[in-house]
Design a protein around this ligand. Structure first.
Ligand SMILES: Cc1ncc(COP(=O)(O)O)c(C=O)c1O
Length: 405
């Protein structure tokens, strides 16, 4: 030991700066990320992490994919911003990508998932006859943090301290048709649902139930809105999550991996529905800006050119199979769920310590709803990279088990 003052590390310097200047509304890992490449991220202290979480499914084509970087560079040198009172080329091209990979329709652009849902809520209300305003959402859903979206999020812990919330939201259990039917009345304008609940613990909405919701919406003049913020843009091995269940919504929201990590959100609606958003009804200053939209177009091109939907299916099947094998080896995993590369392993107890152990060993995954390990690798993940992650998970799990868990 020496009495000499030690130089403050690059990591500590940044953490100190955050303590002083950044609001503490996140629980942060004591790691400063400085560089990413493919599924790997490097910290300021030089340590490398395998990122099989992709930042809540945002870096869907991996970190700093060369074609994404080039598209952003090229667009940054050409035009970064013009207001939506002008036309810009990338926004039009991105809307075309969304329509052609989805159900047609027209898009509105914003900057985040929560904003996309706000737009959908407003559109559902303005498109349906006056007096219809109620929206049904589902227990354990997650739709964002702005006021209408957080009200739509049927989890009391996100409401705590923020009441009164936005009027008109009612909640039902997922996959329960009887409960939905009981809530619907003449004032109901929409049903808003995630095809797979992400934050809620990788809970799959059943195809027959979604079909029944579709029928109910058609019969009662209501909008069926799918929140595809986490499931969209290839995550489920199809362009959109709804394509895995073959039920088409009237309105779909998206964000996360839509522009590979640059800020974006969007709402796509059937053309007739979209027509209700006339000038003056809704807007977003930065929505669909050339930089984010060019990044979005690059993401779609990369997924198409590199056959990433197929890769997501193949690697997702492989990962689920490996997790099921792991389940045979340990009593700690109760169930493995998921579609494509949106995968959850439900543990028999709180998994926070296990996730921390994995991180310590260089693997980044997430635990949601206390017990669900959430694994959402980039769509271009390889089998070798998954094996690397699985070896770390297996190792962390046996240590965890040996500690009496
Ligand atoms: C399904 C879903 N909807 C909406 C959101 C909110 O997105 P954002 O954080 O971009 O506002 C999230 C974020 O996790 C989400 O998973």
């Amino acid at each position: 030991m020496t009495d000499e003052p030690q130089p403050v590390s690059r990591t500590q310097e940044t953490i100190d700066r955050f303590s002083r200047y950044v609001i503490g509304n996140y629980t942060r890992l004591p790691i400063v990320a400085v560089r990413g490449e493919g599924p790997y991220v490097w910290a300021a202290d030089g340590k490398r992490y395998l990122d099989l979480f992709s930042g809540w499914a945002v870096t869907g084509v991996g970190h700093c994919h060369p074609r994404l970087v080039e598209a952003i560079r090229e667009q940054a040198g050409r035009l970064i911003y013009m207001p939506n009172t002008w036309y810009t080329e990338p926004q039009g091209r991105l809307a075309q990508w969304i329509a052609e990979t989805g159900f047609g329709g027209k898009s509105f652009f914003c900057n985040s998932g929560t904003e996309a849902n706000e737009a959908a809520i407003k559109l559902a209300r303005i498109h349906t006859p006056p007096g219809k305003y109620k929206i049904i959402t589902f227990e354990n859903s997650f739709h964002g943090r702005t006021f209408a979206s957080v009200t739509a999020t049927a989890q009391p812990r996100y409401h705590q301290g923020f009441q009164p919330l936005v009027p008109g939201f009612m909640y039902a259990p997922l996959n329960d048709m009887e409960a939905v039917e009981k809530l619907v009345d003449e004032e109901t304008c929409a049903i808003l649902v995630e095809p797979i609940q992400g934050e809620g613990g990788i809970n799959l909405a059943r195809a027959e139930w979604l079909k029944a919701l579709r029928d109910l919406c058609d019969q009662r003049g209501m909008m069926l809105v799918f929140d595809e913020v986490q499931t969209g843009v290839g995550r489920c091995g199809t362009w959109w999550g709804y394509q895995t269940v073959d039920v088409v919504p009237d309105i779909m929201t998206m964000a996360k991996q839509l522009a590979g990590g640059t800020a974006i959100g969007a709402m796509c609606a059937r053309e007739e529905v979209a027509a209700s958003l006339v000038p003056g009804t809704h807007a977003a200053t930065f929505g669909g800006n050339p930089l984010a939209a060019a990044a979005g177009c690059a993401v779609f091109e990369i997924i198409r050119d590199e056959n990433l939907l197929e890769n997501a299916n193949q690697m997702g099947t492989y990962l689920r199979r490996q997790l099921l094998e792991l389940k045979q080896e340990t009593p700690l995993i109760a169930e493995v769920r998921g579609v494509g590369l949106m995968i959850g392993a439900d543990l028999v107890q709180n998994g926070a310590d296990l996730v921390a152990k994995c991180l310590d060993k260089g693997l980044h995954i997430n635990c949601t709803h206390e017990t669900v390990l959430r694994i959402m690798p980039p769509l271009n993940i390889t089998r070798e990279q998954l094996d690397e992650g699985l070896a770390i998970l297996r190792d962390a799990m046996s240590e965890w088990q040996a500690q009496g868990n």
